[in-house]
Design a protein around this ligand. Structure first.
Ligand code: FAD
Ligand code: NDP
Ligand code: HEM
Ligand code: CU
Ligand code: FE
Length: 472
């Protein structure tokens, strides 16, 4: 067990107080361990103290429920909602105490009232505080990590809420005040939501993957089997996937920068920044981080698949085949143009992936927090846009002149990369226009003040306009 050092800003007298825990299950045990490590005295109330005592650290006292409750003012109720009513015998000894409801449900809005409100209705002489349900027994034992340090807390009693918040802080968590008891059901729903911000981006990625996969399957596997009676099924696991993944990565990357363009257009069209964006655009703007990270994930997979292309047995056969051709028919297989094309597009691809890695790294909370506003937006906005441009160069040099080659059209279907270029090129074109018009931010500001016309301001200063959107 990692020794947790209490925050030096908090008086040690708070850390020295006695805390009660009702229940002896997983959560109660982890809670007791963490409280002991944080310098609290702990009394555990169990229906079977003698049998359960061995499971707790020796510093914690394990006794009967009523005995435990008498010794303390703050009691964590680590019991399931279904068993709250069995605690009613303790009502007399619980008068005036703070009860912390840590419970979770199995479904969103399973009961009419939240567990905490139910507990409060059973014990009207107690003050109930909702909290700690978002941390798992495991987190309690192993120490809070960056992402899950926050503990939302709510109660109708300010004093009780402050007491519990202080305990949370000493334990190494960051309490978040969620207001009064009516927020309890919201807090209880938090652990039940699985990756809320990721749902739409993940479906988007899967949808794009499916579309491109089908398209590539038709071009690379079904076409040769129908037209030339050749079995190319072996291409599915690597070649088809490695044509699909980069397309998903590339299109998703452009979808990160497209909503900014649409937002700017909407402001131009309505001639004002004091107008809400439509809901879908708002949602889209808020999901850019997840879309970007998924794009990076696909691009990284694409790079790994690409590194492994020469590793395959099928590739070795092709090498031998061309070698034999070279010997038998004295064919020269060195094509200068092809050589240069590949050297360039791989090099450019690596640079694009490098830039995307930088974006991905800066989206880690600890790194984002160490950057100031300007630095973060330079990396996310400017370098991200450059990554999009370089990815486009990678795709264009990979494609080279093959978009104009008749043999590349299988069943009249153009090569996949030509389709993917559509959205990114539109975004790049528009953003380049913005950058061209907006050469100097200070020039822009002064200019628009002099002209003093909203229309001019929006026409000549898109980035300023969107910067205003950001701050508003
Ligand atoms: C791997 C990866 C990780 C990401 N991580 C995060 C993250 O952690 N957090 C996050 O919020 N987003 C993240 N994103 C998403 C994305 O990088 C940001 O949302 C980014 O700020 C979007 O930039 P933007 O310029 O389109 O939007 P905004 O900065 O909102 O600007 C919108 C509009 O302003 C104008 N504009 C802005 N800057 C310029 C400029 N320099 N020159 C000219 N015009 C400009 C353009 O008209 C643009 O359309 C990530 C993306 C990727 C690929
Ligand atoms: N496990 C986790 O990771 C998390 C749990 N929680 C919440 O913590 C609470 C406890 O969870 P957990 O510790 O996992 O559950 P367990 O089943 O492991 O423990 C429940 C404990 O409740 C006590 N209890 C009191 N009265 C009764 C009764 N009438 N019938 C049965 N048991 C009773 C028992 O202790 P004894 O026999 O000593 O009286 C038992 O050990 C739940 O409300 C849960 O939602 C919240 C967040 C995370
Ligand atoms: C280390 C980095 C990278 C390497 C080594 C690499 C390598 C390759 C290779 C070898 C191909 C050809 C695949 C084939 O023969 O079927 C390719 C195609 C492609 N790459 Fe990359 N790449 C990298 C990064 C990226 C990034 C960051 C993107 C964009 C986000 C990207 C987008 C594409 C696209 C769109 C294609 C065309 C796919 C098609 O239509 O066939 N690549 N890349
Ligand atoms: Cu400007
Ligand atoms: Fe301006």
């Amino acid at each position: 067990i990692k020794q947790h050092l209490p925050d030096p800003n908090i008086e040690t007298s708070k850390a020295g107080r006695t805390i009660g825990v009702l229940g002896s299950g997983d959560f109660a045990r982890s809670l007791a361990i963490r409280l002991v490590c944080s310098g609290f005295k702990v009394v555990v109330g169990s229906r079977n103290p003698r049998r359960k005592a061995g499971l707790f650290p020796s510093a914690a006292e394990v006794t009967l429920q009523a005995e435990a409750v008498k010794k303390t003012d703050v009691i964590f109720v680590a019991v399931f909602r279904e068993h709250y009513s069995t605690l009613c015998d303790l009502a007399d000894v619980l008068v005036g105490k703070i009860l912390v409801d840590v419970s979770n449900n199995t479904e969103i809005n399973h009961h009419k009232e939240s567990n905490a409100e139910y507990l409060a209705s059973l014990f009207p002489a107690c003050t109930v505080v909702k909290g700690f349900n978002v941390v798992s027994a495991w987190t309690l034992q192993s120490g809070a990590r960056d992402g899950n340090k926050q503990v939302p807390i709510c109660s109708n009693n300010q004093e009780a809420k402050r007491t519990v918040a202080e305990i949370a802080q000493v334990m190494g968590f960051t309490p978040v005040d969620m207001g009064c008891m009516s927020s309890a059901s919201e807090i209880e729903n938090i652990p039940l939501r699985l990756l809320p911000a990721w749902k739409i981006p993940i479906f988007l990625a899967l949808g794009l993957f499916l579309c491109f996969f089908t398209y590539n399957l038709i071009r690379q596997v079904i076409h040769p089997s129908i037209r030339e009676q050749k079995n190319k099924l072996y291409k599915i696991p690597i070649e088809v996937v490695n044509t699909t993944l980069p397309c998903v990565a590339y299109v998703m990357l452009s979808l990160v920068y497209l909503p900014g363009v649409l937002a700017a257009c909407s402001q131009l069209y309505y001639g004002t920044k004091y107008r809400r964006f439509p809901d879908w655009l708002d949602q889209w703007l808020q999901h850019r981080k997840q879309i970007g990270l998924l794009s990076f994930f696909c691009a990284a997979l694409h790079a790994m698949y690409s590194f492994c292309l020469p590793m395959r047995r099928s590739h070795r056969y092709q090498l031998i085949e061309t070698a034999v051709k070279q010997v038998m028919w004295k064919m020269n297989i060195w094509v200068e143009e092809e050589v240069w094309r590949m050297e360039i597009y791989i090099s450019v691809g690596i640079i694009a992936l490098g830039l995307l890695s930088l974006l991905a790294i800066t989206s880690l909370p600890s790194i984002a927090n160490s950057l100031n506003w300007r630095e973060f937006s330079f990396i996310q906005s400017t370098l991200g846009f450059i990554a999009l441009v370089i990815s486009t160069l990678h795709t264009l040099t990979y494609g080279w002149s093959r978009a104009f080659d008749e043999n590349q059209y299988k069943f009249y279907l153009p090569p996949t990369y030509t389709l993917t270029l559509l959205v990114p090129c539109t975004v790049i074109l528009f953003l380049s226009l913005c950058i061209y018009v907006h050469t100097d931010i200070y020039y822009c500001r002064i200019y628009s003040w002099n002209v003093n016309s909203l229309y001019f301001y929006f026409l000549y200063c898109l980035p300023c306009a969107s910067a205003n959107v950001r701050t508003n």
